[in-house]
Design a binder for this molecule. Structure first.
Ligand SMILES: [Zn+2]
Length: 149
């Protein structure tokens, strides 16, 4: 279990924990406007517009912000939702989950555990073995194909 304990002194140097902490202005300078809007402002790309929705290439999907490996193509499946969907992350530590009550809906937000980038949401209607659907934004992810490494 890895509950995100953000209650510690936020001025503390996070480098020892591997955390990536940057200011809003820094992220804005590094990311495309779409990536910034989604990962730092919890935006959502329109269904069926993301570059990884239909992607079946094998490899590992990394955080577009900090490069942390988050999802494997082995765990990707076609949910028909219009967003890249996975039934589990590469590890429990890779992502953190937050309860999200915006728009009066109970959803669970999924963020990168290393830099807190908004990735998407997780829903309890996925396939076996987990029964979970990690519904991700393509703009939050960067696929490193297996044959390129
Ligand atoms: Zn990240």
């Amino acid at each position: 279990m890895s509950e995100n304990s953000m209650s510690e002194n936020s001025m503390a140097d996070k480098s020892t924990t591997g955390k990536v902490v940057k200011s809003d202005a820094e992220w804005k300078a590094e990311l495309t406007p779409e990536q910034y809007q989604i990962t730092r402002k919890a935006g959502t790309e329109r269904a069926f517009t993301g570059k990884y929705n239909d992607c079946k290439d094998s490899g590992t999907y990394h955080c577009v912000c900090c490069g942390e490996p988050l999802f494997s193509s082995d765990n990707k499946y076609d949910s028909g939702s219009g967003w890249p969907s996975f039934y589990q992350p590469v590890s429990d530590e890779a992502v953190a989950e937050h309860s999200d009550r915006s728009f009066f809906m109970r959803r669970t937000e999924v963020v990168c555990s290393r830099c807190d980038a908004h990735l998407g949401h997780v829903f309890p209607d996925g396939p076996a073995p987990t029964g979970l659907r990690y519904c991700m934004n393509s703009a939050s992810l960067d696929l490193k194909k297996n044959d390129e490494s």
